[in-house]
Design a protein around this ligand. Structure first.
Ligand SMILES: [Zn+2]
Length: 445
């Protein structure tokens, strides 16, 4: 493939615009090469496609995507299809990926024994963002034909997600998708040609991707194990079992599996057994998002090695949150970890059909987002952040990092107000009103 040395594509629709100037190559793959391009102050990524017998289909798919606004903040969404002056070759402009994001493929290649693999708290956040991204494309009646971990980029420090190179999205039920599915991430009915891409096939892809992200391994490692003629069954190790050969030598991968809640582990088992032949039995995006957020809220950190795992006793209602919680055995060092302070968030917005209270275990790493307090809350907007007392590290406070004051009623009835930027010391029995939610503090202090 020869790239023009002075690549200056012009927008197909507005040829009077100044051309984009190529600045630097960013990478290359099977279908094209990506460059950083500039037009005045504007900087974008440009994917320039190799000659391809399906070029017309790819262009049509990109133009279809570009007509929609970006469906979630995780996508580096196609902005515009551009051509060379001759109109023979084409490319697609996208937002530029920030340097803090790392490819999930690269992270997994290092194997989860590597210290560079993101921590469980960040992985659960990335998993929730990935689930929301799938939910968002399904609302646009799109399906993902050729998903792979090469599309997924994570900021290891925050767990924010960016989804790149998404030209494999196509209208759902499209009988002739313009890319062949990657067998490692496609539903069996897609591989075998029984069905077109759909939200059902995407649910299988999503489960594979979530497993890779959270555990650091592909659940089957070998695609032939997952797509035989009779339904394969997936049996990861139980809590008490020794790590199976699926996890091989990787103690960290087995520990990550054990660190999940039992409902997440059961959902994966369902997906990779009954969900293989029966799309109707696959857990929905709504289920995954709810369970991933619950798991995030149930994380506690081992004081010995810092490994975070989910306390599995909080499946229940707020009533049970008031009782003493059993200690959790750390999946790495097997020592007991005692849950500390917790918050029971009672959302009152929907008085006729109130959701179950949300229970959040508080650690110095805990962040509370708008979605904790409001059904449609922005998932990336932090409202409150826990922090340890500077002189008494076992005492936690909650900093108001939102833009509205909180009303607090302490256990003895005293009322106070916590303005944005200030910290509330968490004491047993306090009730904090954040937005329209009442948050009950249960402290072990
Ligand atoms: Zn430990």
């Amino acid at each position: 493939m020869n790239y023009p040395t002075d690549l200056q594509p012009v927008p197909a629709s507005t040829e009077a615009c100044p051309p984009w100037q190529r600045e630097a190559p960013l990478g290359a793959g099977g279908t094209g090469a990506v460059f950083r391009v500039r037009r005045g102050e504007e900087v974008r990524a440009l994917k320039w496609y190799h000659p391809n017998p399906r070029a017309q289909d790819i262009q049509a798919a990109l133009a279809h995507l570009a007509q929609f606004p970006m469906p979630s903040s995780s996508f580096l969404w196609p902005l515009e299809v551009v051509h060379e002056a001759s109109l023979t070759d084409f490319g697609c402009l996208m937002p530029l990926r920030e340097g803090r994001f790392r490819s999930l493929s690269d992270l997994m290649q290092n194997r989860p024994t590597s210290a560079s693999y993101p921590a469980m708290r960040q992985l659960l956040r990335a998993a929730a963002e990935l689930t929301q991204a799938f939910e968002a494309i399904h609302l646009l009646n799109l399906a993902w034909c050729d998903f792979s971990t090469g599309n997924v980029f994570i900021d290891p420090a925050t767990g924010e997600l960016q989804l790149c190179d998404i030209d494999g999205l196509c209208p759902a039920e499209n009988l002739k998708p313009h890319f062949h599915p990657d067998p490692r991430f496609a539903a069996p009915e897609l591989i075998e040609g029984h069905a077109p891409p759909s939200s059902d096939s995407d649910l299988f892809t999503l489960a594979l991707a979530l497993f890779c992200l959270l555990v650091g391994r592909h659940p089957m490692e070998n695609p032939q194990l997952i797509f035989p003629t009779d339904a394969p069954r997936f049996h990861p190790p139980g809590d008490s079992a020794a790590p199976s050969e699926l996890f091989g030598e990787s103690r960290q991968a087995a520990a990550r599996w054990k660190a999940l809640t039992s409902s997440l582990r059961e959902a994966f088992q369902l997906e990779f057994s009954n969900g293989v032949p029966d799309p109707q039995s696959r857990p929905s995006t709504k289920f995954w998002l709810s369970e991933l957020r619950k798991a995030s809220d149930q994380l506690i950190d081992c004081p010995t090695d810092g490994f975070a795992s989910c306390v599995d006793t909080l499946i229940a209602s707020g009533v049970e949150a008031t009782t003493e919680l059993a200690p959790r055995l750390c999946p790495i060092c097997n020592r007991e970890i005692l849950p500390g302070a917790r918050l029971v968030i009672d959302r009152q917005l929907n008085k006729e059909n109130p959701p179950s209270p949300t229970i959040v275990l508080l650690t110095p790493e805990t962040k509370l987002y708008q979605y904790h307090f409001s059904r449609d809350g922005e998932p990336r907007e932090i409202v409150a952040q826990a922090q340890a007392h500077p002189n008494r590290p076992r005492t936690l406070g909650l900093r108001n990092v939102g833009n509205r004051s909180w009303k607090v009623v302490l256990s003895e009835g005293t009322e106070k107000q916590v303005d944005p930027g200030f910290v509330l010391e968490l004491t047993d029995g306090a009730v904090v009103t954040i937005g329209d939610s009442n948050c009950h503090v249960y402290s072990n202090q």
